[in-house]
Ligand binder design. Structure first.
Ligand SMILES: CC(C)(COP(=O)(O)OP(=O)(O)OC[C@H]1O[C@@H](n2cnc3c(N)ncnc32)[C@H](O)[C@@H]1OP(=O)(O)O)[C@@H](O)C(=O)NCCC(=O)NCCS
Length: 136
């Protein structure tokens, strides 16, 4: 959940399939309409990337957005993701083109922030089927 000054304003999902085998995560972002366009989109993506790479040891993160979703595509581009092909999905019943993005661990490391605190990650790891930090 994205909370600003005690107010819930959005969601930042972090999803993975067979994470232990592939080390890849995907993110989905949503902000209340009134909260968009003031930098929160980048901020929340950086936070969840920190959790994925630093907290869970991810090797890559992917994202995708319809080609005309400039805010979402710009967040990915600004954070160092590279274009990773395109895809199709339905939007309001019509086929629409998706831009796919991929951020490697190396590129994230070059841009990583030092002002993000992770809390409770060690306790979460076994619940998610991940090895405890000492075994990792
Ligand atoms: C996608 C979303 C999370 C982005 O968050 P945001 O707070 O609006 O974005 P930010 O303010 O952090 O802006 C990020 C970048 O996009 C640019 N941007 C923001 N809105 C834009 C717009 N409407 N058109 C063009 N660029 C835009 C900003 O200038 C910034 O670029 P910069 O780094 O060059 O300055 C938000 O817009 C949203 O919730 N949209 C609806 C849900 C959605 O589409 N989710 C993505 C699909 S999973």
């Amino acid at each position: 959940m994205v909370v600003v000054d005690g107010e819930p304003l959005g969601m930042q999902d972090l999803v993975a399939t067979d994470f232990c085998d592939f080390g890849s995560v995907t993110t989905f972002s949503w902000l209340d309409r009134d909260a968009r366009g003031r930098g929160l989109g980048k901020e929340m993506r950086q936070a969840v990337l920190h959790l994925a790479f630093d907290g869970f040891g991810a090797r890559a993160a992917t994202s995708g957005a319809f080609v005309d979703n400039h805010a979402s595509n710009r967040v990915s581009e600004a954070l160092g993701y590279q274009r990773n092909g395109s895809d199709w999905a339905t939007r309001r019943g019509e086929a629409a083109e998706l831009q796919r993005w991929r951020l490697t661990r190396e590129r994230w490391s070059e841009r990583r922030r030092e002002d993000i605190d992770l809390v409770g990650v060690a306790e979460c790891r076994p619940v998610l089927g991940l090895a405890a930090p000492d075994d990792h």
